[in-house]
Design a protein around this ligand. Structure first.
Ligand code: URA
Length: 456
């Protein structure tokens, strides 16, 4: 069905069917592109770039792009199409220039998990080991929290920095966590908002291009992806997680960014807290040399992979101190303080306290054999830590802590969860989310690995 007048390779469609194409490029009829994608036909060379450009500039309507995205959910994309789609997304906005810094740049991206406060610890840790970490992040939507929401629990801390300030903080401190400005991949901003309300988030090529376009545009020279697998993650199957990791590693590598991925378990939440302020407090405790074992293990594995990629790993030409020792010694904590201060935050200020707390006791004695990550994430969200729509506010103090991790012993009647909220009315729905979230058995479960695979 492709080709011919009015076909995907033909002249531009009439107004309302996509309008004229880019100056100097081919023009397409968007309805023909939707039909071609729906039917699994090949798409002509620059039609994908035309579609992204036309959508970003309002020449293709939301309903047309939504139909196209749904066709992608069903049909997928060829590697070539995915390359073109990602390149067009990057070309929709600015690219940050991080060349010329004395330290090598390396970043991490997580596909999102419950209790995942790793970026807050990893950024100062890898900076303390000698690399520069440009951690451009987003806000959370749904049951997994966003890194910026967590950092904004710190009194005074500001997420918005311009490109010159990002470079300056990286040069002075070595790590920066900030918002990806509106000029970085504006196509993703529109596409993600549309995907969110049209049931088209769950597509491997759409997720891969959304994540990688932003990471490539951010200008890092190397990138480690933390692809979460399990009940609390986007990817619940190991096969899908492998496919997503391979797609992202390929996109990064082709764009000249040294990219690797770790697949990590997300059936149970990470650490002992979920929620913005509670996670900051746990991250600080970890940076001071404490912290729960699972959080330390994942953070150190990611730090080693990042340092390896930029030649600062144990086997590299210029080995940095081992991140496990740096973290345990508390040597990354001064870097955290400098990062917070550089963005107007007060690292010594008390984090906001919740107006209400509620203890949930363990229903039985025994070993905790399951703690469902998704249920914990939904509970934190219902307590006020997350947002349903991107313009909603989030609470800095809402969330929960749990007093035992999977494998540990619990005693009937002793505290199992502590819920935090600014609004007592949120407790019943949070408690409903936690109903059935734990299993308590008579014997401890077999130890399960946290790092499931390394994709290079
Ligand atoms: N995170 C993103 O940035 N994009 C997606 O599509 C999914 C997760």
């Amino acid at each position: 069905m492709s080709g011919g007048p009015g076909g995907p390779g033909g002249p531009g469609g009439p107004a309302g069917r996509g309008g004229p194409g880019r100056a100097g490029g081919a023009a397409y009829d968007v309805v023909d592109l939707i039909r071609a994608k729906r039917d699994g036909a090949a798409l002509p060379g620059d039609s994908v770039a035309w579609l992204i450009d036309s959508y970003t500039h309002g020449r293709v309507a939301d309903e047309q792009m939504a139909a196209y995205l749904m066709a992608v959910v069903w049909r997928g994309m060829t590697d070539e199409e995915l390359d073109r789609w990602t390149a067009a997304m990057i070309a929709s906005g600015d690219r940050l220039d991080l060349t010329g810094l004395t330290r090598p740049t390396v970043d991490k991206h997580s596909t999102g998990g419950v209790g995942d406060k790793v970026s807050l610890i990893l950024t100062p840790l890898v900076a303390a080991c000698g690399a520069a970490v440009p951690q451009l992040s987003g806000r959370g939507l749904g049951h997994t929290g966003g890194t910026l929401d967590k950092m904004e629990a710190i009194p005074g801390w500001r997420a918005d920095l311009d490109a010159a300030r990002i470079r300056a903080v990286l040069a002075d401190v070595g790590g920066v966590i900030c918002a990806a400005g509106p000029g970085l991949v504006p196509a993703d901003r529109r596409l993600y908002a549309l995907r969110d309300v049209t049931g088209t988030v769950e597509s491997i090529p759409l997720i891969a291009s959304s994540i990688m376009s932003k990471k490539i545009a951010e200008g890092t020279s190397a990138l480690v992806l933390d692809v979460k697998v399990g009940t609390g993650a986007f990817m619940t199957s190991l096969d899908d997680a492998h496919e997503l990791a391979r797609a992202m590693v390929r996109l990064g590598t082709r764009a000249g960014v040294r990219t690797e991925a770790l697949l990590t378990a997300m059936d149970a939440p990470l650490g002992r807290t979920a929620g913005n302020g509670p996670e900051v407090a746990e991250a600080v405790a970890t940076l001071r040399g404490g912290g729960p074992a699972d959080l330390v293990e994942i953070t150190v594995a990611l730090a080693r992979a990042m340092l390896d990629l930029v030649g600062l790993g144990a086997a590299g030409p210029d080995p940095a101190p081992d991140p496990a020792q740096v973290l345990a010694s508390g040597a990354a904590y001064p870097v955290w303080r400098a990062m917070v201060t550089a963005q107007g935050g007060d690292p010594d200020a008390a984090l906001p306290a919740p107006a209400f707390t509620r203890i949930v006791p363990a229903p039985a004695s025994g070993h905790l054999t399951r703690l469902d990550a998704r249920a914990v994430g939904v509970a934190a969200w219902r307590l006020g830590a997350g947002r349903a729509r991107k313009e909603d506010p989030v609470s800095a103090s809402a969330g929960l802590r749990w007093f035992a991790a999977v494998g540990e012993e619990v005693r009937a009647g002793a505290p199992l969860f502590e819920l935090h909220s600014d609004d007592e009315a949120t407790f019943p729905r949070a408690l409903a989310a936690l109903d059935g979230a734990v299993t308590i058995g008579t014997t401890p479960p077999a130890a399960a690995p946290l790092v499931l695979a390394h994709v290079r």
